[in-house]
Design a protein around this ligand. Structure first.
Ligand code: TXE
Length: 481
């Protein structure tokens, strides 16, 4: 799929201005095709289509909408290879990741919410001489805006519950990863989802994205992206009293306690650090190791990181593909240079100029993983989101020291604790200011659980009932007996 189009009112169309932006494959620097550079006029056309489709869609039965989700899941599953190929082309990620994370979870998200919808409670509260019935109505037209790191995975995470709860949609993926969003629209179109229920508008954030946030007829926004953008989204949506869910950035701590069986856990800790080249908001980018185990950890962790295979995304044995773009790699490398300026020392890796990835095309965005020691926990590299294959190592003496450092950033999204005693890990986890924290595992996800961050990592929770509640307006009807 080279050039992608918007999908408005059941029709694949260019932007009204015919303006486009190029879509680049970061693993080889080639132009894949064009993307509509949409603006407020396109967003208004999409919103009007969603409004026209809303009355019929919100009055379909809950069972019908559950069946639509199963139909989408089945159609996506049949075409998993296409999802894998398109995600790899747009992001440069390795085939194993595109298969096991992106394609798998995109299907699972639709299937999960169909299953979960079947057990949706209709709360009832009895009182003296009256009964209260809680009904769920759709918000109406909702705006879904998603980032480039897990394109269809994160878009499907929002589309499934939004459709289930009777909303119609105006969605905008990142301009850097447009293909699987348009592919989803094609799948929906092929199975006959009524026109106007799902509308897709491609384009740049400040033009197309901002227009979605601003449109008065889009009454709910679910946004996943950077904290800086989240602030703009919130400032625009809040005075319009739109329902708002913000999944933003993170600077997650990986905590290694003195009783951790390191060799048994090391591969998982490396995966938590460098999956998708560290471009997952759940990755651990700051590793805190009990002082008594630091030297042993640093040496083993560095060795394991040096075994990671970086390169051709089509090779099944590749662990890390390219970053999302040369520009993003420049940003990540600026932090590697900053780390050295801040007094850190590089245990392995470095910039692409210092340690080039061999046998990759000119103009591609590959970068070896970098491990940095010796930085204070309050340094910029250890407190600002880098969102690339760069981690900093730190030591701690006491739990008090540890929690002061771990909770000492403006973020609070995820984290992991590695220990030989899971009760000890659980007890410590409850003291970390974050949204989700794993003990002796990572990215082990039960979709029924609440997902979201605290502080600058976001507002609200999505997942299971939390998604269903976000994507509906609750009406309480009190009937006198
Ligand atoms: O984010 P951006 P990116 C975060 C992570 C990382 C960032 C990377 O912190 O830094 O996302 O994704 C659109 N009005 N997470 O660079 O720039 C933009 O076009 C409306 C956390 O894509 O914020 C894109 O579609 N929309 C997350 C989307 O916003 C605007 C998981 C995100 O873009 C806009 C993944 C505007 N003014 C990444 N400006 C999590 N917490 O789960 C841009 N956009």
């Amino acid at each position: 799929m080279a050039d992608v189009l918007n999908y408005i009112d059941g029709v694949f169309v260019a932007s009204h201005s015919n303006a486009t932006i190029p879509n680049i494959n970061p693993a080889n620097g080639t132009t894949i095709g064009s993307v509509p550079a949409s603006d407020a006029i396109d967003v208004d056309l999409a919103t009007k289509a969603a409004l026209r489709a809303l009355p019929a869609w919100k009055t379909t039965s809950f069972e019908e909408r559950i069946n639509w989700l199963y139909a989408i899941a089945d159609a996506l599953q049949e075409q998993s290879q296409t999802i894998i190929a398109l995600e790899m082309e747009d992001t440069g990620k390795p085939v194993s990741l595109a298969r096991n994370i992106d394609a798998f979870r995109s299907v699972a998200n639709f299937r999960f919410f169909a299953d979960h919808g079947k057990q949706l409670p209709e709360p009832k509260f009895e009182m003296d001489q009256a009964t209260n019935y809680v009904h769920r109505n759709p918000i109406g037209v909702v705006g879904l805006i998603t980032p480039w790191n897990l394109p269809l995975y994160l878009l499907s995470w929002k589309v499934a519950p939004a459709l289930l709860m009777g909303n119609t949609i105006v969605a905008k993926p990142s301009e850097m990863t447009p293909q699987t969003a348009t592919f989803l629209a094609k799948v929906m179109d092929d199975i006959g989802l009524p026109k106007g229920v799902f509308n897709l508008v491609h384009g740049l954030g400040p033009q197309a994205g901002q227009a979605i946030i601003e449109h008065p007829d889009i009454r709910g926004i679910s946004f996943t992206g950077g904290t800086a953008t989240g602030k703009i989204v919130a400032a625009t949506a809040a005075p319009m009293f739109k329902k708002l869910s913000l999944e933003l950035g993170g600077k997650n701590a990986t905590i290694v306690l003195d009783d951790a069986p390191l060799e048994e856990m090391m591969n998982s800790i490396v995966r938590a650090s460098f999956a998708n080249s560290g471009q997952i908001c759940l990755c651990g980018s700051r590793i805190f190791v009990d002082k008594s185990r630091y030297d042993e950890f640093a040496s083993s962790f560095t060795w394991h990181v040096e075994q990671l295979k970086v390169g051709n995304p089509h090779d099944e044995t590749t662990n890390m593909g390219s970053l999302i773009s040369v520009e993003h790699r420049d940003k990540v490398e600026s932090y590697i240079n900053l780390a050295v300026e801040e007094g850190g020392h590089i245990l392995t890796g470095g910039t692409s100029a210092q340690h080039p990835v061999t046998n990759v095309p000119e103009g591609s965005a590959f970068l070896r993983p970098t491990v940095i020691g010796g930085l204070p926990a309050h340094s910029r590299c250890a407190t600002e989101e880098i969102f690339g294959p760069v981690v900093t190592l730190h030591t701690f003496d006491t739990e008090t020291d540890l929690l002061e450092m771990v909770n000492g950033t403006n973020y609070g999204l995820a984290g992991s604790i590695w220990t030989g005693d899971k009760q000890r890990g659980h007890q410590l986890a409850t003291k970390v200011e974050t949204g989700i924290i794993w003990v002796n595992t990572w990215l082990h996800r039960d979709l029924r659980t609440p997902f979201g961050g605290v502080k600058n990592s976001g507002v609200g929770r999505e997942g299971g009932d939390w998604s269903l509640n976000f994507f509906s307006e609750l009406l309480n009807v009190c009937v006198h007996e």
